[in-house]
Ligand binder design. Structure first.
Ligand SMILES: [Zn+2]
Length: 290
C-alpha cells in the first residue's frame, strides 16, 4: 500500500498544526444528507457533534441516516453509558433516561483475590474520569500497524468527590478501598474520530473532501483508528498559542499544506486543564486545480 500517498503523513515532525481555530458555541445547522455515507432523500436524524451526554451543545440537523446512526450509537453507548456512567451521574451531566442512572456503586476492600465488596450510595462513591493517553496517530508517525489498534501510554485519571470515601475509611476503620473502572480505548478513539468529523463537515461540508480517512472506522466497517487517532507529542491547544473559549471541551482544526485536515480535541478541559489532547487526521480537502 506504500504507493498510496495518504497512507503516510508528512515526514517532518515539526509540522504539528500551528494555527488551530477554536470553536465556541454555534447554532444548529441543517445538513440535509448523511454526513457518514452521503445518503440523501432518506430519513435523517440529528447529530450531536459532541455527545449531549457530556454537555455537547452543537447540533447538526438531518445529518445521519438510520443505518449510520445505529453504528455511531453503539460507540457512544460503550463510552458514555458504561465507562463514564458513574462520572456523568455524579457530575449530573444531561441524560435522556434519568431512571437509568445508578443509585448505588460498588467499592472493594481487602485482598484483591478475596475482596470484600462495599455497596455505597452513588453520592459516597468517587467520580472517576479516566481517559487514555495514546501514541501519535500511525499516519503521522509513518508507521502502518498490523491492525488498527490504538497504542496507549496510560491514562489521565481525575478523582472527584472523594469525601464519601474518606468517611467510609474512617467509619469502618479501613486502610484502603478500590474501585473498578471499565475502559474502552478503541471505542473512545472512534468517538474522538466522530467528534472530529462532525466539526469538519460543519466547517467544510462533506463534498469538500477528496478523501475521508475516518468514516469507515467510525462506522466500524474498518478497524483502523490507530492510523488516524492519537495524542500529539507536544500539546498544541493548551500550549498557550491558541486562545480558547472557556467551555468544557475544546476542538480546533488545522489544515496542512497538502490539504490534510487535522483536528485537535481536548475533552473535559474545564475539569482538568491537563486532560489529554487528542489529534485526529480526518481526511484531505480537494485542492484548487491550478
Ligand atoms: Zn448514512
Amino acid at each position: 500500500m506504500a504507493s498510496n500517498p495518504s497512507q503516510h503523513g508528512p515526514s517532518d515532525d515539526q509540522s504539528v498544526p500551528r494555527a488551530l481555530r477554536p470553536y465556541g458555541r454555534a447554532p444548529a445547522r441543517e445538513m440535509g444528507y448523511c454526513i457518514y455515507c452521503g445518503a440523501r432523500g432518506v430519513r435523517l436524524t440529528r447529530e450531536h457533534v459532541i455527545p449531549h451526554a457530556i454537555g455537547g451543545h452543537l447540533v447538526l440537523r438531518e445529518a445521519s441516516c438510520d443505518t449510520c446512526c445505529q453504528a455511531t450509537a453503539e460507540v457512544e453507548r460503550a463510552v458514555l453509558h458504561e465507562s463514564l456512567l458513574l462520572f456523568r451521574t455524579k457530575l449530573d451531566y444531561p441524560t435522556r433516561k434519568k431512571q437509568g442512572r445508578p443509585a448505588r456503586a460498588s467499592l472493594e476492600t481487602g485482598r484483591p483475590d478475596d475482596p470484600t465488596v462495599l455497596d455505597v450510595p452513588v453520592a459516597d462513591a468517587p467520580a472517576v474520569l479516566m481517559l487514555p493517553v495514546f501514541a501519535w496517530p500511525r499516519w503521522w508517525a509513518q508507521r502502518v500497524g498490523a491492525d488498527g489498534t490504538v497504542d496507549g501510554f496510560g491514562y489521565r485519571i481525575v478523582l472527584l468527590g472523594t469525601g464519601g470515601v474518606a468517611r467510609l475509611l474512617r467509619d469502618q476503620q479501613l486502610d484502603h478501598v478500590r474501585f473498578r473502572v471499565k475502559t474502552y480505548d478503541y471505542a473512545f478513539a472512534r468517538l474522538l474520530a466522530k467528534i472530529a468529523w462532525g466539526h469538519a463537515v460543519l466547517e467544510w461540508g462533506r463534498d469538500a473532501f477528496e478523501e475521508v480517512f475516518v468514516v469507515p472506522g467510525i462506522l466500524g466497517s474498518e478497524r483502523d483508528m490507530g492510523q488516524w487517532v492519537g495524542c500529539p507529542k507536544k500539546r498544541v491547544m493548551t500550549s498557550g498559542r491558541v486562545k480558547l473559549p472557556s467551555q468544557p471541551h475544546h476542538v480546533g482544526h488545522a489544515v496542512l499544506p497538502e490539504g490534510w485536515v487535522v483536528t485537535s480535541i481536548q475533552l473535559f478541559a474545564d475539569i482538568d486543564p491537563e486532560m489529554p489532547e487528542y489529534m485526529v487526521v480526518v481526511g484531505r480537502l480537494r485542492q484548487p486545480s491550478s
